[in-house]
Ligand binder design. Structure first.
Ligand code: GDG
Length: 470
């Protein structure tokens, strides 16, 4: 019996040079956490390799990926446009993050989303055995549990969604709402980051489908589906350990030189309207207006990692950020000081680690976020227990990191006051709060998350079997 992970993207970076493909395993949190699972035995990870591969080269790519225990689903550019950028990122992403006015309910997006989910099922069936355990990841594959359940009725299927599940009033707006829910209901165990997501999912299913619930169990067609919260963690040891490596120490010393008297604030996100990047900048502007004593005393290092910028709303957001930062810096900067150091690119993890360990304050203010791993990575990097995390109450992480300064990201005054509080916070209080958060992030790390989910999936399946034999 093997475990099969299925996600939209395979955990690899692709390099295409001189007509040669090279695949490098990626170091993202999910890939690290699931490493022990898909690399063991004859287990496997199924997903899109990240580029369009011409038909005549697909066999070669398949063989190269097989060496890494990966199995590709080949998608055309048209499928990527309609299923991924279209339905996933212009319907599900905005609606699930409560930005319903950004949703484009296009019929051709939906048609393609269905056919690509079918395509994933077809690839999975090529290598699945009846008794395999299947763990499907995220919102791009909401229909896949249902399709696989139909084809392999006795299979063990887990589904985890990494982004929020919205309240019924929001979800019901989607034209294809019942089909999407029926898709998820193909799983035996459905997981979200927080209990609020669980609650919203159960209430939505029981209102839209002929299904009843008792506590966190949904009863449908003589099947029981368990819905639970599994807050995802990070690789604590990796982030804590990185700060003492030579490479990171070198980065820290570059970064800190000449800034001994400056308080450093960092923010790190993918470009996304859900991350509250503009609101954060507005709060900083408010701070400089109302507390001019901090001019020349604080600097924001803001990394925005390019993402989905072929989608209109994302490129508009990028332009707005460019403009805001340019305007703010032009008004407040001096010859030897600038309020916002803005980078629109990604950095190696060593630079990230240097930023995490140098920053007095980490500002994480999403409008909605399933979890938010950046907040946890900052905490894990604070080996001296100092530093202050300012965290939006709309991030899943705020349910665990209650010793952060929790803010409403829509309330600019609230964010500004939290920054002032953080700047003035005595070291003893910083350490008290940070220690408590580090204990949580260390214990509930990504390995714990993976083991816990798989353990529950086994338990749920066993209890279903014992129900059937009664
Ligand atoms: C989705 C959900 C949920 C960022 N910049 C660089 C870089 N990063 C890494 C961070 C972190 C990751 O990207 C971002 O993770 P988040 O959790 O903050 O956000 P999403 O990408 O939106 O993730 C989210 C997550 O899924 C997991 O379930 O928490 O709510 O939206 O790990 O370190 N990494 C490198 N260079 C960068 O410049 N190497």
């Amino acid at each position: 019996m093997k475990t099969v992970i299925i996600s939209n993207r395979l955990p690899v970076k692709i390099i295409e040079e001189n007509d040669e493909y090279t695949f490098i395993p990626s170091e993202g949190g999910l890939a690290t956490g699931l490493g022990d699972v898909y690399k063991s035995g004859n287990s496997v990870w199924i997903g899109w390799p990240g580029i369009e591969v011409p038909e005549e080269r697909q066999e070669e790519v398949k063989q190269k990926l097989a060496e890494l225990n990966l199995y590709p689903v080949f998608l055309t550019q048209n499928e990527i446009n309609l299923y991924y950028e279209g339905f996933s990122n212009e319907v599900l992403w905005p609606v699930f993050h409560y930005v319903v006015t950004y949703a484009h309910y296009e019929q051709n997006y939906w048609d393609c989303y269905k056919s690509v989910n079918e395509k994933f099922a077809k690839s999975a069936i090529e290598i699945l055995n009846k008794r395999d355990k299947i763990w499907i990841q995220d919102y791009q594959l909401l229909l896949l549990p249902g399709i696989l359940r139909e084809k392999l009725p006795a299979s063990t299927i887990g589904f985890f969604q990494h982004i929020p599940f919205p309240s019924y009033e929001i979800f019901r707006l989607i034209p294809w709402r019942e089909e999407l829910l029926n898709g998820i209901m193909g799983a035996d165990l459905v997981g979200f980051h927080t209990y609020d997501d669980v609650r919203h999912f159960i209430s939505t299913v029981t209102r839209l489908l002929p299904v009843n619930s008792s506590s966190n169990i949904l009863n449908s067609n003589e099947r029981q589906i368990v819905v639970e919260a599994f807050p995802m963690g990070i690789d604590f040891k990796k982030f804590s350990g990185l700060t003492s490596t030579d490479e990171v120490k070198k980065e820290i010393s570059y970064f800190k030189s000449g800034k001994e008297d400056i308080k450093i604030i960092i923010s790190i996100d993918r470009l996304d309207y859900s991350k509250g990047i503009l609101e954060r900048l507005k709060a900083l502007e408010l701070l400089l207006q109302l507390h001019p004593e901090y001019i020349g005393k604080i600097e924001l290092f803001m990394i925005v990692v390019p993402s989905r910028d072929t989608v209109q709303q994302y490129s508009d957001l990028r332009d707005q950020i460019d403009q805001f930062v340019g305007n703010l810096n032009a008004r407040y900067r001096s010859m030897d000081w600038i309020p916002v150091n803005y980078f629109y690119r990604s950095f190696p993890i060593e630079v990230l680690s240097a930023l995490y360990s140098s920053a007095d304050i980490c500002l994480v203010t999403p409008m909605r976020d399933g979890m938010n791993l950046v907040s946890k990575e900052y905490v894990a990097s604070r080996n001296n227990n100092d530093g202050v995390l300012i965290l939006s109450e709309m991030a899943g992480a705020s349910k665990e990191l209650t010793d952060a300064l929790i803010v409403n990201p829509n309330n600019l005054g609230d964010i500004m006051e939290a920054i002032v509080l953080a700047l003035k916070m005595p070291l003893a209080e910083q350490q008290h709060r940070m220690k408590a958060m580090r204990a949580i992030v260390e214990k509930f790390n990504v390995k714990h998350w993976v083991n816990n989910f798989i353990l529950r999936l086994n338990e749920v399946k066993d209890s279903q079997k014992s129900l059937q034999t009664k």
